[in-house]
Design a binder for this molecule. Structure first.
Ligand SMILES: [Fe+2]
Length: 126
């Protein structure tokens, strides 16, 4: 997939349930990696981070949980390769406030991209 992140856009923690390779060709991606709490496997805590810029590439294992931010004020472009049927996998996401697990809703993610694209267009119009 050719993923275009709007300026300053963030997507909440989620998993893929399959391997992935991400390569950045323009802009920046900041990834926070999360792990399940040993005392509450449905809640996550931050476990690491990786900042990516153009020409950087990262491999993500099947069990990785990450959130992504475009920290710069312009579009970020990245090629995401997934080792499975990304849109029909049994995936999870984590509420950004409570950090509690819930089933991944692909429509919620599409809505976030739509809202961010609208915000970017509104900002450009002034
Ligand atoms: Fe992801």
């Amino acid at each position: 997939m050719n993923v275009i992140w709007a300026p300053k856009m963030t997507i909440f923690p989620h998993n893929h349930d399959m391997w992935a390779v991400i390569g950045i060709y323009s802009g920046r991606e900041d990834n926070i990696f999360w792990r399940r709490l040993p005392t509450d496997s449905h809640r996550v805590e931050a476990a690491g981070a990786k900042s990516l810029r153009d020409k950087d590439c990262v491999q993500l294992g099947r069990d990785i949980i990450h959130s992504v931010t475009n920290p710069v004020g312009r579009l970020t472009g990245a090629i995401h390769v997934y080792g499975g049927d990304f849109f029909n996998a049994n995936r999870s996401e984590w509420d950004p406030e409570s950090l509690l697990e819930r089933p991944c809703d692909p429509e919620r993610i599409v809505q976030i991209f739509d809202e961010e694209n609208y915000r970017m267009a509104a900002t450009a119009r002034g």
